[in-house]
Design a protein around this ligand. Structure first.
Ligand SMILES: [Fe+2]
Length: 152
């Protein structure tokens, strides 16, 4: 179970890279920079999971992963990023439940920490998406791009 989660984090890292490329092509350099930073953070999460798996002497599993984020417009990209973060959260919560059910306290406490961090991730992605929608409606996506840039 947990040994599949590292690839979920790698998938998030790859999707953030793709989002960065798309945002750059749309002319939003601030968002491109922010997505690059987020990609780094996600690969850091993946390494954290693998380190934990290594300590426990387990073998990594290789499930399928996605390589592209869907969406042509900036708001679609942010919407898909929000869904991605929610999906990662659901994965962590399911893993936590399994570790509790199986009495695996080490995994439970490791996942608790990851869930705490993921709450912030979901919150940030949700706020960004909402701000993007507001900016789109106000015709101020370049202002939004500047805002996102300072989060990077
Ligand atoms: Fe993550």
């Amino acid at each position: 179970m947990l040994n599949k989660h590292y690839l979920k984090e790698m998938e998030a890292s790859i999707l953030y890279l793709d989002a960065s490329n798309k945002a750059h092509n749309l002319g939003y350099n601030g968002c491109a920079k922010y997505f690059l930073e987020m990609s780094k953070e996600e690969s850091h999460h993946a390494r954290k999971v693998v380190k934990f798996i290594n300590k426990r002497g387990r073998i990594l599993e290789q499930p399928e992963i996605k390589f592209t984020i869907e969406g042509e417009e900036l708001a679609d990209i942010f919407s898909n990023i929000m869904d991605l973060e929610i999906e990662v959260m659901a994965n962590l919560v399911a893993l936590s439940k399994t570790s509790i059910d199986s009495g695996d306290e080490a995994a439970e406490s490791f996942l608790d920490e990851m869930i705490k961090e993921q709450i912030d991730g979901v919150d940030e992605a949700t706020i960004n998406y909402k701000k993007c929608l507001i900016a789109k409606e106000n015709g101020d996506l370049l202002g939004f791009d500047e805002y996102i840039k300072q989060l990077a």
